[in-house]
Design a protein. Structure first.
Length: 250
């Protein structure tokens, strides 16, 4: 059954997620999901490309389709209409006073496609540089090809991924559940291009800004920006922060 899908006759704008409020504090109003897209700034349901799509076809099993249904946080990919906009509050950890490892301003410009920073290999190490470039290639290929195996190589075996919303920390989610969320985005999106437009390094980690151009379910071209922190572990480089926004915040 497709309880989460909202049917719209024409495109509508989702925009940025509203300022976070706990679901229990929202107005106690009930709306038919087949008649609305955004209510009081909050979107309901999702609109998939495939009209035969079922809710249980998603990899991630803990979506909340309606913000009036209980306690929630915004999905990492709220602004994408073809995936649900919320996940259960009980699926995340909110770290008080979270501090990112380093700021964008502290990094050195990294020419990932050429493999060097300021004319020298990253950390003066060809092997490290190769691993860094492989990670960025996997990120790009995962979206362009819609193949989850590329993106899964970028997800660590343990720990959490910090989710950013418009440049600010929102919450953290386990690596396994982040893998499912990322699969849902990449495998369902009709990606037109995925380009790394900026990257910087600091110590042993990399920050990447990528531009994701895709066609939405109404046939309209859309652009989202991904802001990603990659850090090394025994698998190579893995994602430790992930943020999305309609515009750059780094």
């Amino acid at each position: 059954m497709n309880n989460g899908t909202t049917v719209f006759s024409s495109p509508f704008s989702i925009g940025r997620a509203p300022v976070y409020v706990n679901g229990s504090n929202l107005p106690n109003r009930v709306y038919r999901q087949d008649r609305v897209g955004v209510v009081n700034g909050f979107r309901t349901g999702y609109y998939h490309y495939n009209r035969g799509w079922r809710d249980d076809n998603f990899w991630f099993p803990y979506y909340t389709f309606n913000p009036w249904a209980g306690n929630f946080v915004f999905s990492p990919f709220y602004s994408y209409a073809f995936v649900p906009g919320y996940i259960g509050l009980n699926r995340v950890t909110i770290i008080g006073g979270y501090q990112s490892p380093w700021s964008w301003q502290n990094g050195v410009v990294y020419n990932w496609d050429q493999g060097y920073t300021n004319g020298t290999y990253y950390n003066n190490d060809r092997q490290t540089d190769r691993a860094a470039r492989d990670a960025v290639d996997d990120l790009r290929d995962g979206f362009i090809r819609g193949e989850p195996r590329y993106l899964s190589r970028l997800v660590g075996r343990d720990g959490q991924v910090a989710i950013l919303r418009d440049g600010r920390y929102d919450y953290s989610v386990s690596v396994d559940e982040f893998d499912d969320l990322l699969r849902d985005l990449a495998t369902n999106s009709r990606t037109q291009s995925y380009r790394v437009i900026d990257s910087r390094v600091f110590n042993d980690s990399i920050r990447v800004v990528a531009q994701h151009d895709y066609i939405d379910p109404w046939g309209q071209g859309q652009t989202m920006y991904h802001h990603i922190l990659l850090q090394p572990d025994n698998r190579g480089y893995t994602i430790r922060e992930f943020g999305t926004s309609p515009s750059r915040f780094w």
